[in-house]
Design a protein around this ligand. Structure first.
Ligand code: NAP
Length: 302
């Protein structure tokens, strides 16, 4: 059993990380670090360095903070010889994550930049099916209501918060996992509320006839779908990758939910002495932020 500490006890820690760890025989949630949040029955710290000093048996740190404050914690954890698991997106900038990779390799610890949507139940089947196909068209639709899924989380509209790319990068993590060829951004339109620093809607056109539509103002039915056309087939991933339909027929799904699968992968990486840091979804977001045409839209308030 591996001793682990969770840092940043907020929405995703409570919704997913804590239940996944508590249900696993492979992990012991041994401490938390958060300024406010705690987990019943688990020793709680507000100071990260104090936790590291007090619990030398904790070999793994899982960082559930928003991206901007995450680098400093990750660097300190690696310097203290601990393995590190990063929530998505792995950081605020590409260079800081590349530096973390270097630091982890030098310290001989595992760094896992997680992409939870890649573990969604239908993704592996779609990837396997598409591996030898010629893709003719891809349509990605990620339309959700930010007020429902990120209530009051103002950091998403601050620099480094990524705006609608916070969920949109999940779609891009699936896209880069399942497509058998690389694609690159050709143009993008980013709609930015006049009181925000990050987009609330985005339309991305990639090479190879791949299009993505991200909308954070969707009311009513929510939609997280990817449809891939090949010369003779149609593969659709529904519900954020959790259901795969091939030519109208539901496919076999993987057995684990996303977060149990992430922690199983983390345990495997540690046991094998490996790291897993794939920046490709974040490169597409950085390209959109660099090259996208900005349109100012109505102010946004939670
Ligand atoms: P959150 O609830 O707003 O923040 C998580 C925790 O981080 C907070 O409770 C806070 O804990 C700590 N924190 C926030 N700002 C901080 C700062 N400047 N310095 C130190 N600690 C800070 O966010 P979240 O929704 O859990 O998202 C966290 C990460 O998980 C993001 O990268 C997000 O993309 C990813 N994620 C979120 C979801 C989701 O549905 N929300 C799903 C999958 C992945 P304290 O105030 O107690 O210190």
């Amino acid at each position: 059993m591996k001793n682990i500490a969770l840092v940043g006890i907020g929405k995703i820690a409570v919704d997913q990380h804590v239940p996944a760890l508590m249900a696993s025989d492979d992990w012991a949630l041994t401490a938390t670090v958060s300024r406010v949040g705690t987990v019943d029955g688990v020793p709680a710290f507000t100071d990260f360095d104090a936790m590291l000093a007090a619990h030398s048996q904790i070999s793994v740190i899982s960082l559930c903070l928003p991206p901007v404050p995450r680098f400093a914690y990750a660097a300190r954890a690696i310097a203290a010889g601990r393995h590190v698991m990063l929530e998505k997106p792995p950081g605020a900038t590409l260079a800081e994550v590349q530096l973390l990779s270097t630091l982890a390799a030098q310290a001989d610890v595992t760094l896992f930049a997680t992409w939870h949507s890649r573990m969604a139940r239908g993704v592996a089947a779609a990837k396997a099916f598409l591996s030898d196909k010629t893709i003719t068209k891809v349509e990605i639709t990620w339309h959700e209501d930010v007020r429902r899924w990120h209530p009051g989380q103002s950091w998403v509209f601050e620099p480094g918060g990524m705006g609608v790319f916070d969920p949109g990068i999940n779609a891009l993590s699936i896209m880069t996992e399942i497509l058998p060829m690389p694609v690159y951004l050709q143009n993008a339109v980013l709609r930015v509320p006049e009181n925000c620093q990050t987009p609330i809607q985005a339309e991305l056109q990639f090479s190879n006839n791949v299009h993505a539509s991200f909308d954070w103002l969707k009311q009513g039915d929510q939609q997280w779908d990817i449809t891939v056309h090949t010369q003779s087939d149609e593969v659709t991933l529904l519900d954020g990758g959790n259901r795969c339909v091939m030519n109208g027929v539901p496919s076999t799904q993987t057995s684990l939910d996303e977060y149990p699968a992430l922690y199983a992968r983390m345990a495997q990486l540690i046991d094998e002495g490996q790291s897993d840091v794939d920046l490709s979804p974040m490169i597409h977001v950085a390209d959109a932020m660099a090259c996208g045409q900005r349109e100012m839209v109505d102010p946004f308030h939670f």
